[in-house]
Design a protein around this ligand. Sequence first.
Ligand code: NZQ
Ligand code: ZN
Length: 390
Amino acid sequence: MNDFVFQNTTKVYFGKNQLAKVPDELGRFGKNVLMVYGGGSIKRTGLYDQLMNLMQNAGLTVYELSGVEPNPRHSTVNRGARICRENHVDVVLAVGGGSTIDCSKAIAVTTLADTDDVWDLVERKVAYSKALPIVTVVTLAATGSEMDAGAVISNMDKNIKSGLGGPMCRPSVTFEDPELTFSVPAFQTACGSFDIMSHVLDVAYFSQQEQMDMLERIQEEVMKTVVKYAPVAIKEPDNYEARANLMWASSWALNDFMYCGVSQMTACHAMEHELSAYYDITHGLGLAILTPRWLRYILDDTTAPKIAQYGRNVFGLPASGDVMEDAKKAIDALEDFCYNKLGLESHLSRLGIGEENFEKMAESAVRGKEIRGFKTLRKEDVMAIYQMCM
Ligand code: NZQ
Ligand code: ZN
């Protein structure tokens, strides 16, 4: 178990009647607000009007950046940073899912950096240590970006999806109202839910490192929450209990707590970011296609006990006494969850993806060397896993 420092400073307002506090929280940082949002869901749900009224009645001046793409583009970040600089924006308000929040974080950093191109920061050509304060109103339970210190940005000209981060990127305040997720369509609910599961298993649970027993039990409970409530939210989109459980699970899956003492590279996330960078596919869908294949590929005597434990403690499978058989059944249960219970597509080929870029993608996923984690993966391993997904 590694030594660790834990400090999560995000203040969270959770529940149905909290949005009235948004102007007070923004006002702590100044009068000029950049409100960042996506392709229009917040206009359809009425959230845009609600927030605008609250902010205008409080005397705040609101600038807007709309149209943030799922898999947010670096060019959109640069547009946002320009608006902030030209208008002396004091605080960035992200209203949306992980893409909007990540874009907002990157805007907040770029505004105060010695460059007008966020890609200089992603490529570490320009150092950064400051950001405008960030406030979020979350509308989709998935990434955990609302409480974490990272942001993932895509440069489609270069087919690169990469990140930036640090304490300055962590939102100061986050509003989580599960009712705001009632309108999330079944597909995005499924993808977001699998992303939550993946943050626990890819970042910490499937690790060769020794972990605190307490954390391992909590990781299993968070994954069980996804198994229990994602199908409910898909069938009954306005089930408050299901949406609330998924929302809080999302924030805790990736807010640093769950992986205290573990440091490893994330295999499925590294492989998925290549799929998004080349084919612009939805992050959670890519993870759901990759994860069962990854587990099957790395299944051996060293990994079977933990995979079997996952089957018992997350999917409630019985122990047969044959660890290898139990591990195979655990992977079957995961596939059933992804492709039947969540209803997600199971094959890359059915998304129109061919094998032509697999070598370049694998090279980039292993960062020219290897992914060190539950099992070390080299370029050839990653290519084989992509092929298993066809
Ligand atoms: O753009 P709008 O119109 O708002 O529609 C969005 C978008 O089309 C829609 N949506 C969001 N809330 C809604 C809604 N539709 C109806 N009602 C609502 N209440 O959902 C679509 C997807 O939104 P997006 O923000 O892209 O989804 P998600 O939250 O899954 O974010 C994905 C992005 O986050 C990155 C991913 O790689 C991807 O770029 N990640 C960020 C992480 C982080 N910051 O720590 C970690 C993750 O592993 C992940 O990599
Ligand atoms: Zn993720």
